[in-house]
Design a protein around this ligand. Sequence first.
Ligand SMILES: Nc1ncnc2c1ncn2[C@@H]1O[C@H](COP(=O)(O)OP(=O)(O)O)[C@@H](O)[C@H]1O
Ligand SMILES: N[C@@H](CCC(=O)OP(=O)(O)O)C(=O)O
Length: 372
Amino acid sequence: MRSVIHAASRIVVKVGSSLVTNDGKGLDLSALARWAAEIAELKRRGKQVVLVSSGAIAEGCQRLGWSVRPKGVHELQAAAAVGQMGLCQAYETAFREFGLKTAQILLTHEDLADRTRYLNARSTLTTLLNLNVVPIINENDTVVTDEIRFGDNDTLGALVTNLIEADALIILTDQQGLYTADPRKHPDAVFVHEAQAGDAALEDMAGGAGSSVGTGGMITKILAAKRSARSGAATVIACGREHDVLSRLADGEGIGTQLLAPTNRMAARKQWLADHLKLTGRIVLDHGAAQAVRERGTSLLPVGVTAIDGDFLRGEAVACVDQHGEEVARGLVNYSSDEARLIMKKTTREIEATLGYMVEPELIHRDNMVTL
Ligand SMILES: Nc1ncnc2c1ncn2[C@@H]1O[C@H](COP(=O)(O)OP(=O)(O)O)[C@@H](O)[C@H]1O
Ligand SMILES: N[C@@H](CCC(=O)OP(=O)(O)O)C(=O)O
């Protein structure tokens, strides 16, 4: 098995809390120095690298002298604020050794869910890459509330992979990769060298976090691979403690678990829609409309809509469901929920007569829609 990393030119590397903080015992500075050396080597080979690093909360707890991770959101946020300083200082120092500049980017779910902020984040990241800077990304833990958290950085890594249309996501963790079951609990579990990202069988193999330091476990890594595959990016899950892991992957060595993506790449705009986690409403389609959207990817006309749930504005993202409540598609609406309620079930000709104007004949244009 030859590693896909050999041919990848833009790579997102995610390092988990369990590695960065040496199982919660403060930042593992020697590990950070090793990854900096390896990333510098990848850059020397002409690859662009974005680093997604966890560890702020664990480092913050260490600095605050808290031996047990607190449960309260505000304590966790305070710990993240303290720890993020340490994390950035450590990376800045480590990369400076190799003449590389770093940039801190803290993202929230909302930054990637909003079209304008998403495009801004993408432009800033690609500008930094063109300036030969290593962007170091973490979740903006201090401002997010529970409902909108990525929670684990595997999901964030996948969204960043899609955001910058990277060729590959490398998730470094404390295991060699994916096993058929959690090796901490099942020592006889078998190692999985290669699979298709999105294969449902993988989700059954993967369990939760093995330590009290990590948050997602293997399941979030498998789901991150599935998400990254939507933009055509492959994912490699490998052990961050393995000697020269990144350079060996770049040499083509088949270490870790390789999760392959289909070769056709979804257009960036549709990809963004698929990642648009925050939906503001629901549109119920009649049988014919659901079939047309599902099978032929057509635009959604008001005439095919039987109900509107929720309050949304023009341009917001909504789910399109069939009569059984099953999600068929997601898309950006051309009309607000108030307008949509007035024009649903009506033909194109009736839109202007009802509203006094017509923005577009479609409620959702197919260019702004992704079928699921
Ligand atoms: N099928 C599996 N294969 C490998 N590891 C698994 C599996 N299921 C659960 N795990 C657990 O997932 C852990 C890695 O996830 P996590 O602790 O969240 O680390 P990180 O901080 O790197 O994200 C492993 O230590 C392991 O115990
Ligand atoms: N943003 C958090 C990281 C969350 C987390 O632990 O993620 P993971 O490394 O996937 O287990 C932090 O920096 O502490």
